[in-house]
Design a protein around this ligand. Sequence first.
Ligand SMILES: NC(=O)C1=CN([C@@H]2O[C@H](COP(=O)(O)OP(=O)(O)OC[C@H]3O[C@@H](n4cnc5c(N)ncnc54)[C@H](O)[C@@H]3O)[C@@H](O)[C@H]2O)[C@H](O)CC1
Ligand code: K
Length: 503
Amino acid sequence: MKIFKSPQIREIDKTTIEQEPVLSINLMERAAWQLHKFIEEKFSKDKPITIFAGPGNNGGDAVALARLLTDNNYNANLWLLKIGKDRSADCQANIKRLEGYSNIQTHELSDNDKFPEIPANHLIVEGIFGSGLTRPAEGWPAEVIEFINTLPNPVMSIDIPSGLFSEDNRQNNGAIIKADYTVSFEFPKLAFVLSENELYVGEWQALSIGLLPKTINDTSTKYYYTTENDLPLLKNRTKFAHKGHFGHALLVAGSFGKTGAAVLAAKACIRSGSGLLSIHIPQFSYSIMQSCVPEAMLVIDETEQIYCQKDHLEPFTVVGAGPGIGQKKSMREALHTLITNTDAPMVLDADALNIISQNHELMDLLPKGSILTPHPKEFDRLTKKHEFHYERIETAREMAEKQKLIVVLKGANTAVIDVNGDVHFNSTGNPAMAKGGSGDVLTGIILGLLSSGYDPIDAARLGVFVHGRAADLALQKESEESLIATDIINHLGLAYKSIRELQ
Ligand SMILES: NC(=O)C1=CN([C@@H]2O[C@H](COP(=O)(O)OP(=O)(O)OC[C@H]3O[C@@H](n4cnc5c(N)ncnc54)[C@H](O)[C@@H]3O)[C@@H](O)[C@H]2O)[C@H](O)CC1
Ligand SMILES: [K+]
């Protein structure tokens, strides 16, 4: 699914109005209908609803919603906010359509008025400002927003929380609605998938209002939201396939006290299709690895506790490095040698990234199409400190394009950034994954997919999606507290199956 910037959405809107053709007020009616359906699915008809409508088309959506809710036996109170001189034409037309609706309680609210008392059992729906926000919300509109934010009621925002810009909020010091639900139209906004806006956006959905598919196709963007409909096709194995067809992965992982990371990554790798897996480990972990991952072959280092011996790389088609390797000096040198001598695409995580951040020349030596999987802190160590994820994504795009690498910025809505700067936000996963070991599992999954023949970008996008899907499936049995990385590995099979069934 594409994510567009506000001016692009306005253009797609306009083209739909001209070419479908459809009157703009009818497009607004579709939007209001979707809002109404969302409410109907979540709240019973005895839930009273207080609606705030601003001056633009976001307010128009709110007014139209008040009418549809009333038609469907909800009890709606509508507050028309007096902001600026005029209301948009479609907002006015919808206010006119309320004539004869004596059962909608409609009131005007301006900056001289006291704020109304809203009973705690009401759902608040706010359509104060939408994508037409031109500057941070200040003055009286900001007071209304702050007033709503102080109330205990659940709040649903129309299209976007009022006061929030659709993309870049770095300079936004105005008031912003803290919504529990945000219902947007056709596409999510970039702001929804950025961690700095978590407090405002709440649970979001993007519901279709029938914007023209051809226009959507023809409008280009750098931002995407990966749902199961957007995934690369899963490869099917042929009858005469043998292990040699699915690559031979080398995994450099683990050190004294961190063998678990190597076990997790290795198990995830062999559960993600790799034909053969060799794990380079220090001597002490020989029997642990042999018994935990009997399917893998072991390359035993000459050293007792860490990785520090040069690998003979000929047999390997892909190389993964980082989980639990530590940052000792001799280990750093071995990693330097590994990166220098590897032509195969690499997956680099954890300590490998920390070592690269202190030896920046390694960046230029990474094989093109390699995949880096940093969490925000690791990424900031690799580049610079970022206050906003918006900015971090831009830095990651520059890095991916310049170095021809794939950057997987981990977190909620993990961003997979392609070598051409395209950003794919992931849609699966849950907060129970925020635990040690999850990242090691992701490294293994991506390594396994890469080994079995997926292009690096497909391996990264698919890997991130499957990782989150497996955790979502595991959460059906586990709780947010109890879910562990091993549960993710144990649900990989179901996760792959669930994707294949839909393709
Ligand atoms: N395809 C779609 O997504 C559809 C969206 N719809 C809805 O329309 C709004 C966008 O409407 P628009 O009229 O362009 O803008 P707003 O409603 O956000 O309001 C703009 C309004 O407010 C004034 N204003 C802006 N910023 C401020 C401020 N900081 N302080 C005071 N006043 C401000 C501005 O001057 C205008 O007067 C979209 O979000 C959807 O909800 C359609 O209904 C259907 C198609
Ligand atoms: K809004």
